[in-house]
Design a protein around this ligand. Structure first.
Ligand SMILES: [Fe+2]
Length: 479
């Protein structure tokens, strides 16, 4: 049973139409529902109306109509254009109101979908691990559509397999992937199907420009209600928005790797120019990371610090190998040329849009705390954090590496030399951080490929030495 009053948001026009037809045209008007039962009526008192006609509301579904009655058929025929006009206006109102209601519902749905996407976007911003991003997306969608289980199966940066699950084991995932209903599917669009055991599966492809790269599947166990059309629609919309994000993340990931490998290749090329400094840039990057780790700088800064370490001597590419590997003493002219390598580094790196801290770290590693360094003679904290870190890492490696004119210095002596330079040459905080790194669990890794190992084979003795050295460095700070 349905009545026009259930469908109209505003019934004023219906009431006015009935009043007009009853009062101006002297008709008896009855509004009936879909089963012909009166829901409203108007009639002029004392007026007999034996002639009547029924006019259904032309709106789907069946919502009844008007029954109009008059004293005779002629009067009813004369009134008919007015009746039809009122009915047409009511139909227009119903259509407009329905359209408005549907639009409002769509807007509400869209708004909840946007809210969902916003929530996911906020969570994945700053995460540069592809698998972690997939996990967050999978967990969020699973919770939103109240799936019992779910998985994402797709390709990683080098087309390797990536599997991420939500409340399901690897075996359960394989079983779901091999279920007949999914094997039959291989669909390019989001679908719902029922598995052999009665579980409801919601499948969505992950599409990239070159074709399909993977699939997202959600499971609702047998005995629970099946996935609905609106849940399918939501996952379809999310998939459309998220697929390009997946592609971007994959490309971003591979670009990061490509970038880092290019920088490492460059560093290797620079190191190869001087047989005595072989591996220098790699060790400097490692020592710099050890210092950065002790300073607890964030992972993005650590990445940049590593790159700055690899790049710090890039400018040496512009200096002749004959000068770089000269066994004897350098002439003052040759020394001036070598001192220009940070300027060459600047010239090479300037056109590339690198984070400023990488540039500063690479260019300022020969600046000294008292302003006696080069190329700019910067002093104190005018030297960037990366510059002060790499200065310590660079000198430590230079001291512990063999040179054509001297032997490599033992670790203990090199550390004492660094401590002697606190405040005048090196930032004490960086020196102390480096000593702390050598006292930490990562010591063996840091010192692993050092040219000249520590004199103390007994790690206990080395630790005692480092403790004393830290106290010395702190005292230098107090003075
Ligand atoms: Fe240098």
């Amino acid at each position: 049973m349905a009545s026009i009053r259930d469908y109209l948001f505003d019934t004023a026009f219906l009431d006015r139409s009935i009043d007009y037809l009853a009062e101006a045209l002297h008709l008896a008007i009855t509004v009936v529902d879909s089963e012909g039962i009166p829901v409203a009526s108007r009639r002029t008192e004392g007026c007999d109306t034996p002639a009547s006609r029924a006019y259904p509301f032309r709106f789907s579904p069946d919502i009844g109509g008007l029954v109009c009655a008059a004293p005779d058929q002629d009067l009813l025929s004369q009134a008919e254009p007015h009746i039809l006009y009122c009915l047409a206006s009511l139909t227009t109102q119903l259509l407009r109101e329905t359209e408005l209601r549907e639009t409002t519902e769509e807007m509400l749905q869209l708004s909840s979908q946007l809210n969902f996407l916003f929530k996911v976007a906020k969570k994945i911003i700053g995460i540069d691990d592809l698998k972690k991003c997939y996990q967050i997306i999978l967990d969020e969608i699973s919770q939103t559509i109240k799936a019992d289980q779910g998985f994402i199966h797709t390709k990683g940066r080098w087309d390797e397999e990536i599997r991420v699950t939500h409340r399901m084991t690897g075996e359960e995932m394989d079983a779901a992937r091999n279920s007949i209903c999914l094997r039959r599917t291989a669909a390019g669009s989001t679908i719902i199907c029922t598995r052999e055991d009665g579980a409801s599966l919601l499948y969505s492809p992950i599409k990239e420009k070159d074709g399909q790269s993977g699939q997202m599947v959600f499971v609702r166990a047998s005995g629970h209600r099946a996935f609905s059309a609106s849940e399918k629609q939501l996952v379809g919309i999310i998939e459309n928005i998220i697929s390009p994000t997946f592609e971007t993340l994959r490309l971003y990931d591979s670009l990061q790797d490509l970038y880092l490998n290019t920088v490492k290749a460059l560093a290797a090329a620079i190191d190869a120019k001087d047989e005595y400094t072989h591996g220098h840039s790699f060790r400097v990057a490692k020592y710099a990371l050890a210092i950065g780790g002790q300073l607890e700088i964030d992972s993005q800064q650590l990445n940049d610090l590593e790159i700055a370490g690899y790049m710090h001597d890039l400018g040496k590419i512009g200096i002749s190998e004959l000068i770089l590997s000269k066994p004897g003493k350098l002439t003052s002219e040759e020394f001036r040329l070598i001192q220009k390598h940070p300027v060459f580094t600047d010239k090479i790196l300037q056109p590339i849009k690198l984070p400023v801290r990488i540039l500063e770290g690479a260019i300022q590693h020969h600046e000294r705390m008292d302003g006696t360094g080069y190329p700019c003679g910067l002093a104190g904290t005018n030297i960037s954090l990366f510059g002060r870190i790499i200065a310590v890492a660079d000198v430590f490696d230079a001291l512990t590496s063999k040179r054509p004119y001297r032997d490599a210095m033992p670790v203990e002596e090199a550390l004492r030399t660094l401590c002697d330079g606190i405040d005048s040459l090196f930032d004490r905080e960086m020196v102390i951080a480096f000593i702390s790194a050598l006292r930490s669990d990562q010591a063996r890794e840091v010192l692993g490929d050092i040219n000249m190992g520590p004199r103390y084979d007994d790690i206990q003795n080395l630790n005692q030495f480092l403790i004393e050295l830290t106290e010395f460095a702190m005292a230098a700070n107090r003075n």
